[in-house]
Design a protein around this ligand. Structure first.
Ligand code: SAH
Length: 264
């Protein structure tokens, strides 16, 4: 890579052996990594990474680093979170530079807090490098501002992860005007989500969008309303990861989209 950083750039220095770096990889576009993330991954001795981390970013990791995949193997279950937490402790004790690389931001629906708690309890030094979370990446690349003085003065991030076939969310709090609701992990529950928001008071023609693979070449945006989005999304055959955005800011997509158009 031909990137040369000015010598005057303030830095907290090189990655330290025996330390675990919890690094946010952002939503996919490698140019959205922070300078700190780029430095730390290029110095890693061991990389523990999630399925959401894009190949373009994995290509920037020190080629000599040992790579450990923390997602589901084909036909197997994902490594249980407790095992993963303790694995990071064990790896750090080998006195290498350990990078725990996560999609988006490690502290936004990333279980980063749990991993760092275990490190702290076991006396392992750590650093957290924030990343651009899916919501901010998608907002920028899909032309849907999260807030806007004409449409939304608040923005709520929630997880749509299904529990017992339903979503355990504060529906009255979400079904409010003048706010944007961002739903992570919501694709399989999209129909239920739209139904509940209408049931709790939002009009069926309230704008909603779903964005697949935000910031990546395969980004696709489908816009509609609470009444139409589930059918439109299904017809488009969208694949995870996707982010759902509900609110009047979605109206701006037609005017402000630039990346979808560039991808043709
Ligand atoms: N820590 C991550 C979120 C992990 S939860 C972050 O800060 O972004 C995983 C969910 O994030 C996915 O189900 C999806 O809803 C969302 N997501 C992550 N990357 C995405 C992307 N590039 N485009 C759309 N949604 C994405």
């Amino acid at each position: 890579m031909s990137l040369t950083l000015p010598a005057t750039l303030p830095t907290r220095g090189d990655a330290q052996p025996g330390t675990v770096y919890l690094v946010g990889a952002g939503p996919g576009d490698p140019e959205l990594l922070t300078l700190r993330a780029l430095r730390i991954i290029s110095e890693a001795d061991v990389l523990v990474y999630d399925p959401l981390v894009s190949q373009a970013i994995l290509d920037l990791v020190n080629p000599a680093a040992e790579r450990i995949y923390a997602g589901k193997q084909r036909g197997n279950h994902a490594v249980p979170q407790e095992d993963l937490n303790l694995m990071l402790v064990r790896l750090a004790k080998t006195n290498r530079r350990i990078v725990r690389l996560k999609g988006g931001d490690p502290y936004t629906f990333g279980r980063g807090g749990e991993e760092v708690e275990t490190l702290k309890e076991n006396g392992v030094p750590f650093e957290v490098v924030p990343g651009i979370t899916a919501a901010t990446g998608v907002a920028a690349y899909a032309g849907i501002p999260l807030t806007h003085r004409n449409y939304a003065q608040a923005c709520v991030f929630v997880t749509g992860h299904l529990k017992d076939g339903s979503m355990n969310l504060d529906w009255p709090g979400l079904a409010r005007r003048r706010q944007t609701v961002i739903i992570y992990m919501g694709l399989s529950g999209l129909a239920y989500l739209c139904e509940q928001l209408i049931h709790h008071g939002l009009p069926p023609d309230w704008p909603a969008a779903i964005v697949q693979h935000g910031t990546q070449p395969s980004q696709r945006t489908v816009t509609g309303t609470l009444a139409t989005l589930p059918t439109l999304a299904q017809a488009a055959g969208l694949k995870a990861p996707t982010l759902i955005i509900v609110g009047e800011v979605v109206r701006l997509h037609d005017k402000l989209a630039w990346f979808d158009e560039a991808q043709g």
